[in-house]
Design a protein around this ligand. Sequence first.
Ligand SMILES: [Zn+2]
Length: 310
Amino acid sequence: MIGSASGGSPSPPALVAAIDVGGTSVKAGFVGAGGAVHGERRVPTRVADGPAAVVAGIVELAAELAAEPGVRAIGIGVPGIVDGPAGTARWAANLGWRDVPFVSMIGDRTGLDVALGHDVRNGALAEARWGAGRDARSVYFLAIGTGIAGGSVLDGVVDDGASGQAGEIGHLVVVPGGPACNCGNHGCVETLASASRIAAAYSRAVCGEFSAAEVAARAAAGESVAVEVWGRAVAALADGLAALTVLNDPGLIVLGGGLSLAGQQLLDPVREALAQRLTFRTAPELALTALGDRAGLLGAGLRAWNRVEG
Ligand SMILES: [Zn+2]
C-alpha cells in the first residue's frame, strides 16, 4: 500500500487497469504510474467460442478489474485494425470480430475512462517509456511472432496512423512474387521472417515438425537447411528495417515478440545485414525487448495513464 491520507483512512494507490488481448490468452493487471505491474493474470481467449463470447469475456474482465479500489482508468490493447479515436476495434483476422466499440461498451459498464490501442503499438509505447528505448527519442518496436507488426514512437507519442494501421512492417513486400501472405499479397516480410513461417519453411524442407526456436538452435549449430531458412528470415527483416530506416530515421529499433528469445542469434545478423543495406548512412541502434511479453500490457496501461493525466 502506498500513500495514506493524513488523519483519515489510507487512500488506495492510484492505478490503471490494463488488458492485452492476444489470440490465445488475454493478459490483465494493474499498472502503477511508474510502470509496476500488480495482480497480473492470464485467461484463455477462447477464440473457438466465437467473437461475441470473446468480447463479452473482455468486458466482464474489465468490470472485475474496475472494481479494485484506486483504479482510475482502463487501457486495452487488441490486434488487427484499431480505430483508437473512435474507440472501436475494426477488425482482427484471428479473433473474427468487426467494429467492436470497446470504449463505449467498457465505459458504460464501469463508468471509467477507457483507452483503446493496437497491441503492438501499445508495446512500442511501453518499450519507449519503460523499456529498451527509455533513453531514446525515436524508437521503432517490432514484435515478431505468428505475424510481424510494429510501431513508431517519437518523443513519447506513438504514431497510430490516419486509419489505425501505421507501422505494419510485416506487410512490406520484400520478395516480389514470393510466398503468399494472409493479407492477400506475396513476399511480405512476415511470409519469410515470422516465427510461424520460419518453423513452417524448415519443417517442410526436412519433413518434420519444428518450432522457430529449434530452427534458431539448429542454425546456430551450422545445420545447412536451418542456416538457409534463418538467413532468409534475417534478410527479409533487414530489407524491411532498411526501408523503415530510410523513411523514418529511428534512433533505436527494438526487436520483440517470441522470436526475440533467440537473442544475439537474431540481433547480431540483423544488425549486420541492416548496416550492409544502408549504404549512405549509419544504421540505427538495434536492441532486444526489455519488457518481453509484458510490453503490450504495460502499453495498454500507459494509454490509460495518458487519459488520467489528460
Ligand atoms: Zn502481407
